[in-house]
Design a protein. Structure first.
Length: 309
């Protein structure tokens, strides 16, 4: 049996959540989060997480599955999402993967080789060793030079500051004995329909600025304070936009207005990077439902044909 899944991607604040609810309601689907920060419990406002009372009775998975001090990798997501796709197809329920974390989505859609199963003891041990090395003085540079010696092509694409990709590349090389850049790509057992939402940049940036203001009014400062108090145990969660910008404020190095302005700027830049990544790395059916709402009828027809036939 050929498995099927629909992916709904797009930059932040473009309207993915609202559309995902309509699609899941009509097709009897389950929403699978493809967001690397919505996995964390307690980080609700800054991650724009849909809350239980907003889910309209639609099942949502891979949300609130980790505490902030727990590491979570792309490989973890890849395995969990594929298992859900298999379970939902067996029940003839539409898997709807929704999110904006580009590499998560690409890893799932293209079935990228990401090393051993994280449940295996040796893989976990190697990953732990690499993390410890990264945290040492000059650790990022040392590990990057190690990668450059083992796989110059991969090193050219992965900067020392990108901890997750750097460690992942080394993990694959050291566990498999083969270059990360030359890993064979296994064909996925799943057919994916990839839908993308976009809109003119000026409108998108306006919506991002408005969303940040709404987050602040909803209590983002308090949520960031909670994370700041746990920052030593939560290095991965502390990279999330909407939280890290407050840390200088808590240390009396910036004002609240400066923190908010920085969140808006970083969110706009992130949205631009998201669109660039999606357009270069994935084959996407694009729609602008904000300025051309009539396109939604065509989108629904595409999903109907894909899922029903």
């Amino acid at each position: 049996m050929t498995l099927k899944a629909v992916v709904l991607l797009g930059p932040t604040a473009v309207g993915k959540t609202a559309l995902s609810l309509r699609l899941a309601q009509y097709f009897g689907g389950t929403v699978i989060s493809g967001d690397s920060m919505q996995i964390y419990r307690h980080l609700n406002i800054g991650t724009a997480k849909i809350l239980p009372q907003q889910q309209q009775g639609i099942p949502h998975r891979l949300i609130d599955i980790c505490d902030v001090d727990q590491p979570y990798t792309v490989r973890d997501f890849q395995i969990a999402a594929q298992q859900l796709i298999e379970q939902l197809n067996a029940r003839q329920q539409l898997p709807l993967i929704v999110g904006g974390t580009g590499f998560y989505l690409k890893a799932l859609i293209d079935n990228l080789p990401l090393g051993d199963d994280p449940q295996q003891k040796n893989a976990g041990s190697l990953r732990t060793q690499l993390r410890k090395q990264y945290q040492q003085p000059q650790g990022p540079q040392r590990l990057w030079h190690q990668l450059a010696q083992l796989d110059a092509v991969a090193a050219a694409k992965i900067p020392p500051t990108n901890q997750r990709r750097l460690l992942r590349a080394l993990e694959v090389i050291l566990s498999s004995g083969h270059k990360f850049s030359e890993q064979p790509q296994s064909p996925s057992s799943t057919r994916f329909l990839v839908l993308g939402l976009t809109t003119p940049r000026s409108l998108l940036y306006q919506r991002i600025n408005q969303r940040v203001d709404q987050m602040v009014q909803a209590g983002l400062l308090q949520e960031a304070q909670w994370l700041y108090e746990r920052r030593a145990q939560a290095p991965q969660a502390c990279q999330a936009i909407g939280y890290k910008e407050w840390f200088p404020y808590f240390e009396h190095q910036s004002s609240q207005a400066q923190a908010v302005a920085l969140i808006k700027r970083n969110s706009r830049r992130f949205a631009k990077r998201q669109l660039t990544y999606f357009r270069h790395q994935l084959t996407v059916h694009w729609y602008d439902l904000l300025t051309q709402p009539q396109q939604e009828q065509r989108l629904w027809a595409v999903v109907e044909k894909f899922w029903r036939h």
